[in-house]
Structure formats: C-alpha cells, structure tokens
Design a binder for this molecule. Structure first.
Ligand code: GLN
Length: 546
C-alpha cells in the first residue's frame, strides 16, 4: 500500500516547500524506500510551458516531454528518480479534464461541481502516483493556505485520508517563524494562524516544519506543540542553510523522517538510513578550495530561477572538482558594450543558456564569438547552440546576415529554421520538440570523449533546428556537427576542433545533472574553465582517432 505525504505551506510563499519536500524524499530514499513526488499547482495555466521564465522561473522538462514547474527539478535532483508529465497538475489541467468529460457526457446529466467532480479529478491524479510499487508518494500543494485557489486541493487531500486509510496519509505543514529585532524574539503567532486556517479546511497537520533565520529553541517548539496540537517531536526547526543539499541532514537531525515513518507505520528496522553518500556530497560542496568564474549570458538574468537547473548543474560540477563556481550574470543585451572590458576578459568560462524570442540574441552571438576568438570555454544550451551556429555562419562561413528565422524571418541565410521548412513535415511546424531524444555522437569527437559513449539522450524543448541545407557550408568553415539524430537529419551537438571547449547542444543537459553525478558537459566545462583560471595550458580534450 502506497503511503502519501502531503506538504502544504502557510504564512508566506517562497518558504522552500519544494526543497523541504525534496529533502524528505531524499531521506526516505536513503532508507531504501521507493519514492515518487508530485506537485499540484493552483494556477489556471494548463501547464507552466506558456509562462514567462522571467516571472515564474524555469520550465522543467521531464523525460516524457512534460513542461513542468521548477520544483520538479528539485525533486529529481534530490530523489534521483525521473518524474513524468503527470507528476505536475494545475487547476487549469484539472478543469480541462473535467470540462472534456462533461462535454463527452461522462457525468450522465449531473450538475458538474467543484465538490465532487473537481476534487475527484484531483484525487484521481494523486491516486495514479501509487503505481509501480511506490512506497511513498510525496505531494506538494503549491501556493499558501488561505489562498482562494488552493481550497479544492485542500478538500481533495482531506478526503483522501479516509479514502485510502488514515494510517496511510500524513500532512506536513511548513510555516515561517519570523524574528522581530526590536523585541529580540522569534514569533509563533503566524504559525498558529496558519494552522488554524488549515484546520478550518478540516486538516490537522501531523508535523510542522518551521522556517526561520536562526534555529528555534526547544521552548518555542513546546509552545508550537501545545498551541497547534502536534507532538513536540513533530515540530521541526529548519533554519536557513548555506547549501540546499544540507537540508536533508538538518531534517534528519531534527527527527522528521523517523517521526513520519513511525506515523505511517513504516518499519524503521527494515529501513535503516545510510547517510554516508549524501554526507560526502555535502562535505565536498563545502570544501571548495578552487574558484572559477563563469558567465551566464542570457536575457532573464534578473531572475536567476529562470536558469535554476543550469545553475545547479554548474554547482554539481563544482562539487566534483572541489571548486566554487562564481556565476557572473551578464544581461546578453549588454555584451556588445562589454567587448573591451575586464569583465569579459577575466572570465574563465561562458554558458549561453536557452531562451525564446529575439531580445538579447545579438549579444549572445557576440559572446559566442568572443569565446571562440579568446579560447574561453563556452557551452551553448539549445538557443545557445543556435547562436553559435549563427556566429560561425556569419564570421567563418561568410554568410552575411545569417540568422535564425525565430529572430529574423527575412534573413537571406536561415541557418536555424523550422523543421517543416526543411522536411515538409507540415504537422510538426509550430510545435515544439519536447522530452528525451537520442543522439549519435561522432566517434573521436570531443563530445563522444566527454560523454564516454557514442549514444546519448537529452531532453529537448525547442521549435527550431539547424537547417540541413547549410550544414556542408558550416562544416567547410570549421564547425563540426559532432552529434546527430539517429536518422542523421537533425544536428544535436556542435563543436570546434582545436578550441579547448566550444560546444553546443540542442538539448538541455542541465535537467539530468545530479549533485552526486554532475552532467559530463558541465563537469568538463568547469574542468576547462579551471584550467584557464589556474593559468594552465588548456589540455585539448583527447581525441580518440579511430
Ligand atoms: N527559441 C529556440 C527554439 O525554440 C530555443 C529554445 C530553447 O532554448 N529552449 O528553437
């Protein structure tokens, strides 16, 4: 029987519910339990795919091509399990399903209502998580208790406790315990109000995790226990951590996983915890002796969450090399004015991340050129690959005004174009290539040597592709299309032989990096950047010339 843990939040948004849920997931995995995670989001968008990353943060792409909330990235990085598009449901997707059923006549003439029809659809989505021998499904409810939109979700998870059995469900509530400087005290009143709000929806939390800037005292825990009616061992202090990967260790020290396992009837003797592997990651993360400066040259640099998985992938690579990766956030639009500056000169590496639309693209092309001409390691991700191709087209292949048709629909040289223009696959035009796609790497190429294999798979999310009509001219100019789709029609990886590291991928490798298993492209980007930072001769990645 699958157990369910529902995670809600109160008092304030952005308390780190996703990280708390993920950390609990990691602890349960370290106990040898099969864990899955999901997020229920109360907004009306059918999925976050259409949301502006500058406001809402990154869209996380699952193996099966789901465009999901960025919290799913935390889940995957912590529990190291690939999730699915069904691991994220929004109010919009739930109402769409209910309305489609109503139109099909599935409700047999009944009046369709929030209770039971919408709540049944929510419960159905949650129950579906209990497949494939999952021991524990951790479900985070987005938003904050007290929001109007969250009410059907709270009602659904309240009902689920009696549907699946009381002993199979736990409610974990995350709140804020603020420190008031004038009185020099941490305050519990917001927590009390938030628990009252949750109870008014019929949910009594089993455990309360208190976010605060400093750990909360035992006296305060006793007060929260008394006023909120949870045992004192179920009041958990989660003070701000320097490194998010420490949170599982903090929660374990506070006894959260032990308490929840006991509550859910999970046999602790059969599921002893082994923290050693995770502790090793945290120790490594904290023992950085080297430093490297890597620029992120993008258009959403004012909200680093827009590139969350890229930042985490760089950090994972840093853990591997025991190096702190300092990210210099450079607005792509400013690059043309920085070409003579120390800011670019002092960079050890560059990442040109994904993005949509025209703004900032000229600056990214300049950055790719600067990296190529100055031997700076540079990794292009999706749009990043596309700007690298445009750069080579314009400056090495002599194709004046070459561009991606996403940015210039009248370019004389559309080196990046829509798939349907190239292959007459009309019904693919205007849609995105989403999810995991295989690629064949050229034997002896840099990318094959970095991956250590010649067949790879990365997740995709893009509309445009390298235009195959230009491929031979680009290759004659020195570009190597070193990874391709299995049918050979789509370019998946590019590189520049002779450059220490100037590599682009049409996929998004950042989604597959893990704290204890950095993605090879990020690992080697940071390695090449460290060589530059430490003034060593770049060791050209060894080519295996078979
Ligand atoms: N805008 C580009 C495309 O749609 C790249 C997308 C991306 O970087 N994810 O092809």
């Amino acid at each position: 029987m699958t157990k369910f843990v529902f995670v809600t939040g109160g008092v304030s948004s952005s308390l780190g519910k996703g990280l708390t849920a993920s950390s609990l997931g990691r602890l349960l995995r370290l106990r040898g339990l099969a864990v899955t995670m999901a997020k229920l989001d109360p907004y009306i968008n059918v999925d976050p795919g259409t949301m502006n990353p500058g406001e809402h943060g990154e869209v996380f792409v699952t193996e099966d091509g789901g465009e999901t909330d960025l919290d799913l990235g935390h889940y995957e990085r912590f529990i190291d399990v690939n999730l699915k598009r069904t691991s994220n449901a929004t109010t919009g997707s739930i109402y769409s399903a209910v309305i489609a059923k109503e139109r099909r006549g599935d409700y047999l003439g009944k009046t369709v209502q929030v209770i039971p029809h919408v709540t049944d659809e929510i419960k159905e989505r949650v129950r579906r998580l209990a497949e494939d021998g999952v021991d524990v499904a951790i479900v985070e409810i987005g938003g904050t208790v007290g929001d109007i939109e969250i009410v059907p979700f709270l009602e659904a998870i309240r009902q689920l406790r009696s549907d699946v059995g009381r002993q199979n469900v736990c409610y974990l509530h995350l709140t804020l315990v603020p420190y008031l400087a004038p009185s020099g005290e941490q305050k519990t009143k917001p927590t009390q109000h938030s628990v009252t709000e949750l109870r008014s929806r019929g949910i009594q939390p089993d455990a309360i995790v208190c976010r605060s800037d400093q750990p909360i005292s035992d006296a305060l825990k006793r007060k929260i226990s008394l006023l909120c009616d949870v045992p004192v061992e179920a009041v958990v202090s989660m003070a701000d951590a320097g490194n998010i990967y420490e949170i599982p260790l903090v929660l374990h020290d506070e006894g959260l996983d032990t308490y929840l396992c006991n509550t859910l009837g999970i046999d602790l003797d059969a599921h002893k915890i082994d923290l050693s592997g995770w502790e090793a990651v945290v120790t490594r993360a904290e023992s950085a002796e080297r430093r490297v400066r890597i620029a992120m040259i993008g258009k959403y640099v004012n909200l680093p969450d827009a590139y969350l998985s890229v930042v985490e992938a760089l950090r994972h690579a840093g853990f591997f090399h025991a190096a702190a990766v300092d990210i210099d956030w450079i607005d792509a639009e400013l690059v043309p004015g920085l070409l003579e500056s120390d800011r670019l000169r002092n960079l050890d590496g560059i990442v040109i991340p994904g993005g949509f639309g025209e703004r900032g693209v000229e600056g990214m092309i300049e950055a790719a050129r600067y990296a190529r001409e100055h031997g700076i390691p540079c990794l292009g991700l999706c749009l990043g690959l596309q700007v690298m191709v445009v750069e080579v087209a314009r400056h090495l292949a002599g194709l004046e005004w070459a561009h991606s048709i996403e940015c210039d629909s009248t370019t004389p040289h559309p080196v990046i174009a829509l798939m349907d223009e190239q292959f007459d696959v009309v019904d693919m035009g205007g849609t995105m290539r989403l999810g995991a796609c295989p690629a064949m790497l050229t034997p002896g190429s840099q990318v094959a040597s970095i991956y250590g294999t010649e067949v790879v798979s990365e997740r995709h999310r893009h509309r445009y592709e390298v235009n195959s009509r230009y491929r031979s001219r680009l290759e004659a100019a020195g570009l190597s299309c070193s990874g391709n789709s299995p049918d050979g029609r789509l370019v998946e990886f590019i590189e520049l032989p002779g450059h220490p590291f100037w590599i682009g991928t049409q996929g998004h490798p950042e989604f597959k990096s893990r704290p204890d298993r950095p993605h090879p492209l990020f690992r080697e980007l940071v390695a090449a950047s460290l060589e530059r930072a430490e003034g060593r001769e770049p060791h050209l990645i060894e080519l295996d010339l078979r």
